[in-house]
Design a protein around this ligand. Structure first.
Ligand code: FES
Length: 164
């Protein structure tokens, strides 16, 4: 069962809805505004859940399916808020040849999410990056500001335990 903090994790406040409406209003009636509106909405909220997409679609008079395809097409739009801890797994060439895929797979198995996603309790997000400038130390993973070098998949569960 979700704890109190988790239940409110996805909630958008009245104030945020009001600001979102202001953003949409600013662009309404103009051409080619969907991406700029979504961009500003994401800057405001940090993510673009379904109810936000519905509001944008309704007020810009654009089909919801079109809004959804734009949000899911561009990697910089996110359907869920970022987790409290951001995990970055390097899949640059040097890390890749040293087993970055096994690291990512172990993370995905342990947390039950895929890269690009956030755990339901809002604790972790996983992203894939293409080189952190530490190629000699691969495979490399970063959690927030901590770097884990020459990582082995079996170390991952105990590393994750350090982050609340
Ligand atoms: S390829 Fe992973 S740090 Fe450069």
């Amino acid at each position: 069962m979700a704890c109190e903090a988790c239940k409110h994790f996805n909630e958008i406040s009245e104030e945020e809805w009001r600001k979102l409406d202001e953003i949409i209003e600013k662009y309404r009636g103009k051409q080619g505004v969907l991406i700029p509106v979504l961009h500003e909405a994401q800057q405001l909220l940090g993510f673009l859940p379904r109810e936000v997409q519905e509001r944008v679609a309704e007020r810009l008079d654009i089909p919801l399916s079109e809004v959804y395809s734009v949000v899911t097409f561009y990697a910089f739009f996110s359907l869920k808020p970022k987790g409290r801890h951001q995990i970055s797994v390097c899949k640059g060439t040097a890390c890749y040849v040293r087993g970055a895929d096994n690291i990512l797979q172990k993370l995905e198995e342990t947390l039950g999410i895929k890269a690009g996603d956030t755990t339901d309790d809002g604790r972790f997000s996983i992203e894939v990056v293409r080189c952190m400038g530490a190629c000699g130390l691969g495979p490399v993973m970063r959690i927030d500001d901590d770097i884990y070098a020459r990582l082995k998949p079996d170390k991952i569960p105990s590393i994750l335990e350090k982050y609340e």
